[in-house]
Ligand binder design. Sequence first.
Ligand code: MRU
Length: 353
Amino acid sequence: MVKSIEWKDNKVIILDQSKLPLEVEYIECTDYQTVADTIKSLKIRGAPAIGIAAAMAVALAAQDIRASTFETFYKKLKPVMETMLSTRPTAVNIRWAMERIDHLLVSNKEQTIDKIKSLLIEEAKTILEEDIEVNKAIGLWGAQFIKDGDTVLTHCNAGALATGGYGTATAPILVAREQGKEIRVIADETRPVLQGARLTAWELKMAGVPVTVITDNAAGALMRRGEIDLCIVGTDRTVRNGDVANKIGTYTVAVLAKENGIPFYVAAPTSSIDLSIPSGDLIPIEERPAEEVTHIRGQQITPDGVNVINMAFDVTPARYVTAIITEKGAFRPKDIKKLAIKGINISDIMIKQ
Ligand code: MRU
């Protein structure tokens, strides 16, 4: 299985996704700023993967801090966490990871600094390992919606590269195949930076999954011709009312799916769910450099000085989402907020095929 990130010999090793699929290169990060730069420049991307990277960056920074008291140590680590939070605004996973690290720090303040430093490394590694397990569980819950012979459309890359491993949107596909179902994937190319054409196609091909790349513009036509059975996408942030932020173009796919009577599923690990925000309109949407639109692989494709809008994400209203598939089960978008209710019997709100 392809590894987007790992902790090795006190370094963070990141597979440079900006070079895929033409070159497979790894970046050895020995300081947190390098990790922050790899996140900003999309060398590592995908909501769960950048959450893991942020946790590893904090663990890395912690090793270099000289402090004799917890207070000094904590004070020096806080700006590192702030830096990681500022790298990319839409995916809630970085905040989720920083809150988890913060909780670990505060609840271990009586420990020695050396002990806390090693706990931070362990926690970052655990976040990665847990993510893989979470994705496998998403796969098991999601595979029930995929029938033998189905063609699944996906947008962007919510696969192994976007996570600790296995992927979120790809997990149900992988499990369905393990169950003996013949599945075909259609990958939207996903302009502007082509995560579908470059990354989803690459990793699915390596995993032996039949994959076909289409231009983003072709999805509607294929749906109308009856060539798509279901859509599964990932999410950077799913909020209280079940609205979902994901890669720009996801909303278009969801509206087209509804128009054509095709189920539209969102694979959302609970680390991507933000119940503090009531509606998708309040999700911060990252704007990225114009060059991503005006150039393809360094080649200018637009007239000099043309205006550009480059929103990295859009929001799909809950009414277009058939189900949100989490590691705890699959739920109607309106029920996602109920996951926070203490003592709720999850099977009462779960969707079963
Ligand atoms: O800009 P990116 O490549 O980080 O966008 C990634 C996506 O939109 C993914 O679908 C999302 O992060 C979910 S990854 C499991």
